[in-house]
Design a protein around this ligand. Structure first.
Ligand code: ADP
Length: 140
């Protein structure tokens, strides 16, 4: 297995409930290492740009509202098979379908306010990391 980097976010619904530490603990226990991290309050424009792939979806407005409603912790995770491992520990998009022990099963409020984001493929990971971080901010 290769060591990979992936992009992760702790969304405003979770930072608002003071769940940042609990979520990072779950990620670290899964073998992922936080190699870059910062807290941002994204603008509507930044949220629209980040989620541009979803701009035609009916939930786009709600998603942008929610992502610009409070602080988000943006981070880069590193580890073996990090992209798939992070998706696994996050759980399904809809918390009612998420497996026991996953972050979304434990903490998500709804399909929209589902506490975390994680890249789904190497190409999106590279693109999403570079949306928020320069290479010098990542310390592996
Ligand atoms: P994931 O975050 O699991 O990769 P998607 O890429 O499909 O899921 O969707 C991106 C985000 O958009 C989700 O995490 C969620 O916050 C929001 N979202 C997805 N589907 C819905 C929906 N049906 N209603 C409201 N929000 C949604």
């Amino acid at each position: 297995m290769a060591v990979e980097r992936t992009f992760s976010m702790i969304k405003p619904d979770a930072t608002r409930r003071n769940l940042t530490g609990a979520i990072i603990k779950t990620l670290e226990e899964a073998g992922l290492t936080v190699v870059a991290s910062k807290r941002v309050w994204m603008s509507r424009r930044e949220a629209e740009g980040f989620y541009a792939v979803h701009k035609e979806r009916p939930f786009f407005g709600e998603l942008v509202d929610s992502m610009s409603s409070g602080p988000t912790v943006v981070q880069v995770l590193q580890g073996e098979n990090a992209i798939a491992k992070n998706r696994e520990v996050m759980g399904a998009t809809n918390p009612t379908e998420a497996a026991e022990g996953t972050i979304r099963k434990q903490f998500a409020l709804s399909i929209g306010e589902n506490s975390v984001h994680g890249s789904d493929a190497p190409e999106t990971a590279a693109q999403e990391i570079s949306y928020w971080f320069s290479e010098t901010e990542i310390v592996g």
